[in-house]
Design a protein around this ligand. Structure first.
Ligand SMILES: [Zn+2]
Ligand SMILES: [Zn+2]
Length: 248
């Protein structure tokens, strides 16, 4: 059984816990080490049980806790070469993320994502043939993304902003351009379109992630995605607080 729990999502910090009876990994650690430890403990594990932290890209909302988590608890942090180049802090306990890796009985594949970082990736995690995908900070949909999502039972995917709210919202022009650009963030509409192409009867849940606090609301994200995929029975939301655990 593969258990998936989003510990936090959004510009204030991202982290997702994936575990089996044998292994446990975190995808990103964008909260403080203390917050991550608390949330891991709340889900019934000790922080020392975490086998690895896998980093999607070097932006602070994905790496905030890594230095302390690796120093204090000896957890090894994996990122690809480009991402390591972008991480200014000196992390001693570091590993090189490869496209395919194994952590105990978890198999992990990373795939490229268009975003304004050195070499950003999304993750596909498989256990006993069951697959989950964690992918946020997506500038625009790509064939890599669609391929990764096609047989995913549980998907955590960015649904960052409502286009109208962003255009009419408080952000300065350059920031709006960055978010809307091909290496920015995925809108609710684009998230819905992507999901409509890949969702099927085996899909267990799609969790909308990395919602903007200024340019989106959970209700709006859900409503927009529902319009594309037809029903909302499998749509879940993530946010600042940890979400429920899903088992596949
Ligand atoms: Zn980012
Ligand atoms: Zn981010």
């Amino acid at each position: 059984m593969l258990r998936i729990k989003n510990l936090a999502s959004g510009s204030s910090g991202n982290s997702t816990l994936l575990r089996t009876e044998e292994s446990a990994v975190l995808i990103d650690a964008g909260l403080s080490a203390l917050q991550i430890r608390r949330r891991v403990e709340d889900s019934g594990l000790e922080i020392e049980d975490i086998d690895a932290i896998l980093i999607s890209h070097e932006h602070i909302d994905h790496i905030r806790g890594i230095k302390r988590l690796s120093e204090r608890y000896g957890i090894k942090v994996y990122a690809n070469e480009g991402t390591w180049r972008g991480i200014k802090e000196n992390i001693e306990n570091r590993g090189l993320l490869e496209y395919k890796m194994k952590f105990g009985d978890l198999r992990v594949e990373s795939f490229p994502v268009p975003h304004d970082a050195n070499d950003p990736v999304g993750f596909k995690i498989a256990h006993e043939g069951n697959k989950a995908v964690i992918v946020t900070d997506i500038g625009h949909p790509t064939s890599y993304l669609l391929d990764a999502l096609r047989d995913s039972l549980v998907t955590i995917i960015e649904s960052n902003h409502d286009m109208e709210m962003l255009k009419n919202g408080p952000y300065p022009y350059y920031l709006k351009q960055r978010i809307l650009g091909p290496e920015g963030h995925l809108s609710n509409d684009d998230c819905g379109k992507v999901l409509a192409e890949v969702i099927n009867e085996d899909t267990v849940a799609v969790m909308l992630a990395h919602l903007s606090e200024k340019n989106n609301t959970p209700e709006l994200a859900k409503r927009t995605v529902k319009r594309h995929i037809g029903d909302d029975s499998r749509i879940m939301l993530t946010g600042r607080e940890a979400g429920p655990e899903i088992r596949i």
